[in-house]
Design a protein around this ligand. Structure first.
Ligand code: CIR
Length: 253
């Protein structure tokens, strides 16, 4: 079970965030409303939410998931692969220090963004994406081992981050899209395939028994319902315009 979440208010500069999407520029006022509802959803799942102030210097800094991995035993501050995102870690460290005694740091030339890390119990899958390299993954696995956890690397080429295309919903259930559907790494799980036209909804998140899922993806919603979960839909259309999914908007621990 998770107890805490950290989120960060979107900045006005988010309209200049990195994106590969062709959905147009985000509407800032709408993004703020959606972000508030996201916070409400986290609270409904029983989390105590720390809300960090917006930081205009970093357009993508609302996607806090990428800058730290918060495990039950330690937190690991990442070294984001995107040049414009590297310094986002500095504003996050003091907040992490309030929650963790054991904090580790990924060092260059290692890069890693925690959107590439999927937790399954004590095991962490690490996607080797354009943002996460092998040195970063090796450092991460060494830290996980130091605290009694395990990690393994997953090759990938289609998605921005690992969790853009695959997510663990607990109880052995996995949502997977595209290249991740038949990856041997995940063969042991009960995999539900998410259709290409709903790929964005693969990034649905288990929080204390409820699944947060993006609004507007009926086929995925049905799949999750049929797996027996309670669902909370959240409209995150303005973050989708920046390739950001539900999980990216919070650290949960
Ligand atoms: C980026 O490209 O870094 C942001 N626009 C989106 C980050 C999304 N984060 C995630 O999937 N964990």
């Amino acid at each position: 079970m998770f107890k805490n979440a950290i989120v960060k208010t979107p900045s006005r500069s988010m309209i200049n965030g990195i994106t590969s999407a062709t959905l147009g520029q985000p509407d800032y006022s709408k993004a703020l409303i959606q972000h508030k509802d996201y916070i409400n959803a986290l609270k409904e799942c029983g989390l105590k939410v720390t809300v960090l102030e917006a930081d205009e210097d970093f357009p993508d800094s609302t996607f806090v998931e990428d800058v730290a991995l918060c495990t039950p035993h330690c937190a690991i501050i990442t070294n984001p692969g995107a040049e414009t995102r590297k310094k986002e870690i500095h504003a996050m460290i003091p907040t992490i220090e309030q929650h963790y005694k054991q904090i580790e740091y990924i060092q260059a030339p290692g890069t890693i963004e925690a959107g590439d890390i999927m937790m399954v119990g004590n095991h962490y899958y690490i996607g080797l994406s354009k943002r996460t390299n092998q040195q970063g993954a090796n450092q991460m696995i060494a830290y996980l081992n130091k605290y009694g956890m395990q990690g393994s690397m997953v090759t990938m080429k289609e998605f921005l981050h690992l969790k853009t295309g695959v997510n663990y919903l607990e109880n052995n259930n996995l949502l997977a899209c595209g290249e991740f559907f038949d990856k041997p790494d995940f063969a042991q799980y009960n995999i539900s395939e998410i259709a290409g036209d709903e790929a964005y909804a693969t990034n649905s998140v288990w929080i204390n028994g409820t699944i947060l899922t993006p609004k507007g993806f009926p086929k995925t919603k049905l799949i999750i319902e049929n797996l027996g979960y309670k669902i909370r839909e959240v409209d995150v259309s303005e973050f989708e315009k920046l390739d950001g999914g539900l999980s990216c908007l919070s650290l949960r621990f």
